[in-house]
Design a protein around this ligand. Structure first.
Ligand SMILES: Cc1cc2nc3c(=O)[nH]c(=O)nc-3n(C[C@H](O)[C@H](O)[C@H](O)COP(=O)(O)OP(=O)(O)OC[C@H]3O[C@@H](n4cnc5c(N)ncnc54)[C@H](O)[C@@H]3O)c2cc1C
Length: 289
């Protein structure tokens, strides 16, 4: 049996991590399932008493504390650019899981099917890390390095996720395909964020796809191809397949074959473009009327 610590000060937590490896425990919704059938003999650092919850407006960015739960995120008054992340939050397990599971836990667990990662990638999020050596910020795309792999050093604690504020008018959407509607691990998920220009054409687009590669991926070529297009439901007719093929490497597993995932990713991207493009067009027309 290892030792169990539950500090209330961040400094104490960092000192504990600096003194030697410890398994970090937050909401426990990935932690405990990963240890079913075996005795927990590691040294544990329970971080749930640390002051790391809550969402703050940092001026040019939003700061989501590491212990912010999915339920807290859903309830927070946030601008439309957070819609994709809120939609993803509603898809993480059921309400009990959303009440306990944290955003940092989701990205630190680094499952290819982590629902929080594509929306945060589509928001250009960065991860704040702290240790006794100091603090650093790492872009999420560089933080999740592979299947269950991150750039976190053993003595580092994730303290927050930082989201830069996009231009006003930016809207976003998240779509998830699972084997059933609720309480399901993703087969494919797509997060899309669109920033319009004054003529309601695409000024900037961000597309991220999860569960189709070891770590969720942005589709830069498609993002570039979308620039300048009028924002409406016809966005779904833009050629996407080649761009997706360049970055996706879906595997065959119990939830679906690689070929099925590729096909589903294409369908979901087209659907997301049609839904978000159509909704933004309708909103722009309503504002003009
Ligand atoms: C029934 C069930 C259904 C689920 N459904 C979904 C789903 O649909 N979609 C989905 O994406 N996930 C799902 N999950 C997984 C899980 O709920 C989420 O990934 C959740 O966000 C994890 O957060 P947590 O606080 O519980 O993390 P924990 O389980 O406490 O920790 C997860 C990992 O992150 C590390 N960690 C946690 N916080 C930090 C930190 N601040 N700094 C450094 N390391 C840290 C831990 O050491 C551990 O390795 C499900 C889980 C269950 C049990």
């Amino acid at each position: 049996m290892g030792s169990y610590l539950r500090p209330t000060e961040i400094r104490d937590a960092l000192c504990a991590l600096g003194a030697g490896p410890r398994a970090i425990l937050a909401g426990g919704t990935d932690f405990y399932p990963a240890r079913v059938g075996r005795t927990i003999d590691e040294d544990i650092l329970d971080i749930t008493a640390l002051p790391l919850a809550g969402i703050d407006d940092g001026g040019d960015h939003w700061r989501i504390g590491a212990l912010t739960t999915w339920s807290e995120l859903i309830a927070a008054p946030l601008p439309p650019c957070f819609d994709a992340l809120k939609l993803a939050a509603r898809e993480v397990g059921g309400v009990q899981i959303q009440n306990a599971g944290t955003i940092a836990g989701n990205i630190c667990n680094a499952s290819p099917a982590a629902d929080g990662v594509p929306p945060l990638l589509a928001m250009d999020a960065a991860v704040e890390l702290a240790s006794v050596r100091g603090e650093r910020s790492v872009a999420l795309r560089d933080f999740v390095t592979g299947n269950r792999q991150t750039a976190r050093a053993p003595d580092e604690l994730v303290t927050a996720v930082r989201v830069p504020k996009p231009e006003p008018g930016t809207a976003s959407l998240f779509l998830k395909l699972g084997a059933r509607r609720y309480l399901v691990i993703s087969i494919v998920m797509v997060a899309l964020a669109i920033e319009p220009d004054a003529r309601n054409q695409i000024f900037r687009a961000r597309v991220a796809i999860g569960a189709c590669s070891a770590a969720a991926q942005r589709v830069r070529a498609l993002e570039l191809a979308l620039i300048g297009h009028p924002i409406d439901a016809a966005l779904s007719t833009i050629a996407c397949a080649e761009h997706l093929q360049q970055v996706l490497a879906p595997i065959d597993d119990i939830r679906g074959s690689g070929a099925y995932r590729s096909d589903a990713a294409l369908t979901l991207v087209r659907r997301a473009l049609a839904e978000l493009g159509g909704a933004m067009r309708a909103r722009a027309e309503a504002e003009r009327a």
